[in-house]
Write a protein that binds this ligand. Structure first.
Ligand SMILES: [Zn+2]
Length: 476
């Protein structure tokens, strides 16, 4: 049996998670299983011919099955494109991941269509022809991908292709997130491969902690925060309250919180709800300005059985952990535009987390030039994204192709990361006997994080640790 693994995204970078497993059996039959099918995120998504999202690096028609770790777009965002390009196998995920993908992928298609329409209009206004391809996929191309989903509960083995079974375990990263464990058996040898997907925090407020997993021969591990540790949990609630007080009560400005619609938005609402229940939240309007985040919050409510036990117990006193006096959920685009023009102090939570897409861009365009306002980044912003530029201290950034001066205060809070920090990643792999792990691949990180984690895992006894680059193939 020949088994190989090639890396087609999140290799030496954070987005675009895609790893292709190829198993050649003794009778010559070849099976290909794709782990995740994520989008490379950044300004150029769908907008240039050189966009890496237009070139998978393998034949989608030759893939037999996809196993999906979780619903974030950098892990799931190219599934409709994969189907358009000829994939016709099953997409395996947990039930919550399937439910979230239904809203995430449609939202992604809408954003791409809107971006393309905007570019066309702008080109026309400037009297030039637009030299860019259309969206990676349209809203109409999403349902054929959704029909391919097959949902599986955690901790139950299911067949993927002949000779390969899969079991999902709790990853604690976002609702529905799972680590993927493949058992590859050709009758001669058994190879166990673990793919962490994205790993959550041991202090996550809503979700259970990442679960230990069976001994693996080969591990593919994420590294987003492989070079740093997050502050503790109690400090985070106080820190958020301090930012709200300073931004909205003392400076009388707007507090913009760019947040992923899924996970981060609910964590922030849950924390604000807790502060409100304690009577400590200042009376300031809170706007959740994202139709996707509103839909996602509904799905999170439906899956409240996945919350950690302490949180489930809270539901007995407070039936809705994501809503409190003063919060308004904004679906209507006209209402969203009113908020752009609003001068009074308020909190606006809007997607996307990396500030690349969604309504947050309109809020930033209106609010960044005013020194009374504050932008609070609560998650990771990959290099090349607007969020990264703002956090790097750029005095001028470009939004919708126009320059915008940054005079607002720019703050960062690490706690609301959905990702394990360095110590937590080492703890997560602590369930493994390092001597029995033959190969360890580090993915989903920038260079400093990948190197930082490699150093720590080597110190913990792991050997044969590789940092693959895009397109690289390894025989297992
Ligand atoms: Zn993720």
């Amino acid at each position: 049996m020949a088994v190989s693994l090639s890396f087609h995204g999140a290799a030496g970078t954070v987005t675009g998670s895609k790893h292709l497993l190829e198993v050649q059996h003794r009778d010559g039959a070849v099976h290909r299983v794709l782990l995740d099918c994520g989008m490379f995120q950044g300004e150029a998504v769908g907008r240039s011919k050189g966009d890496p999202n237009r070139h998978f690096g393998f034949d989608p028609g030759g893939v037999d099955a996809v196993v999906l770790s979780h619903a974030h777009i950098d892990h799931s965002g190219l599934l409709p494109r994969l189907v358009v390009e000829g994939f016709h196998g099953p997409i395996h995920s947990t039930p919550a991941t399937r439910d979230l993908c239904a809203i995430m992928l449609e939202d992604s298609a809408r954003i791409q269509e809107a971006d393309h329409a905007y570019d066309l209009k702008r080109a026309k206004r400037q009297g030039r022809t637009l030299d860019e391809p259309g969206p990676l996929y349209t809203v109409d191309e999403v349902p054929p991908a959704l029909q391919r989903f097959e949902a599986h509960d955690l901790n139950r083995a299911f067949p993927v292709v002949p000779g390969i079974t899969c079991t999902f375990t709790e990853a604690g990263h976002i609702l529905g997130s799972a680590a993927v464990h493949l058992t590859i058996d050709d009758g001669d040898r058994v190879l166990r491969l673990a793919f962490t997907g994205d790993v959550g925090r041991y202090v996550d407020r809503l979700l259970p902690e990442p679960a230990p997993f069976p001994q693996a021969d080969v591990i593919v591990c994420e590294s987003t925060y492989g070079d740093r540790d997050h502050p503790g949990i109690a400090e985070a609630e106080e820190e958020l309250l301090r930012h709200v007080t300073e931004a909205c009560v003392e400076r009388r400005g707007k507090l913009l919180i760019p947040a992923f619609s899924i996970g981060k938005t609910q964590e922030i609402l849950y924390t604000l709800n807790g502060l409100s229940n304690q009577g400590r939240l200042p009376r300031i309007p809170v706007f959740v300005d994202s139709p996707l985040a509103i839909s996602a919050t509904g799905i999170v409510r439906q899956h409240s059985a996945s919350f950690r036990p302490e949180v489930r117990a809270e539901l007995e006193h407070d039936a809705d952990l994501f809503s409190f006096p003063g919060v308004e959920f904004v679906r209507n685009p006209e209402r969203s535009k009113q908020l752009n023009a609003r001068q009074e102090p308020c909190i606006v939570i809007a997607a996307s987390g990396m500030m690349e897409a969604g309504r947050i861009r309109h809020h930033l365009r209106h609010s960044l030039p005013n020194p009374r306002n504050t932008v609070l980044a609560v998650g990771f912003c990959a290099p090349g994204t607007l969020g990264h530029d703002i956090l790097s201290g750029h005095q001028v950034v470009h939004i919708f192709g126009e320059p915008v001066t940054v005079k607002a205060a720019v703050l960062r809070m690490e706690f609301y990361s959905a990702h394990a920090d360095r110590g937590e990643l080492v703890r997560y792999l602590g369930c493994q006997d390092p001597a029995r792990v033959r190969q360890l691949f580090l993915v989903h990180g920038i260079t400093a994080s990948l190197n930082g984690l490699q150093e720590r895992l080597a110190a913990a006894g792991h050997h044969n640790i590789a940092i693959p680059h895009k397109g690289q193939r390894f025989v297992l």
